[in-house]
Design a protein. Sequence first.
Length: 224
Amino acid sequence: MVGQLGPRLLGWDDAGLPMLVLEDLSGCVWPPPWDAGRVAAVRRSLAELSRRTPVPQLPRAREPAYPGGWAEVAANPAPLLSLGLCSPGWLEQALATLLTAAAPELLDGDAVVHLDVRSDNVCFRGGRALLVDWNLTAVGNPDFDLAFWLPSLHAEGGPQPEQVADIPAGVVALVAGFLAARAGLPPSRTPPAWARSNAPNWPSPCPGRPGRSDCHRRRSGDSA
């Protein structure tokens, strides 16, 4: 299903703790920076992904990811308000509209979706954009992949979202709710069970910028 859209699968072992062996992508180019060619390459890969035939085992997009959203903000607005991104008065007035606009059924669709498109999950090789970190892959609305990627693209020096794609307002509200519900929250310090079970065998982490370690940068030939 992934084909030329991600790293090649070299092998796996599911006898104990599940393990995948994937192609080494350290020779690829990792963003940022972004330019028109890289933006276009990601759009082509996402369009190609949405045309792939989903395997029966894939969940629906509403099942594995992105619960809550604006409903979580309505229940506990303090973390979002602590950032000063909006006033309590604005949030009180806007919440009803946002809750209505961000209907969960907007995630529904028949396309294969990645559900976590951002720069540390994208690299480039030979003019193609490859996607990594496929653990959230599902069947749903392909507009969500674009809408989720575009804010981070702009934050990293890329174009404004509306200059890249025309995304339905409800899908934008859905993504905004997911991000707003997590804005201002402290980072999670509790790893998942699978990570805790194998943590003693992991090498010590290397310091580096968020999303990429110094170890990865040395392998890929990046400068600090």
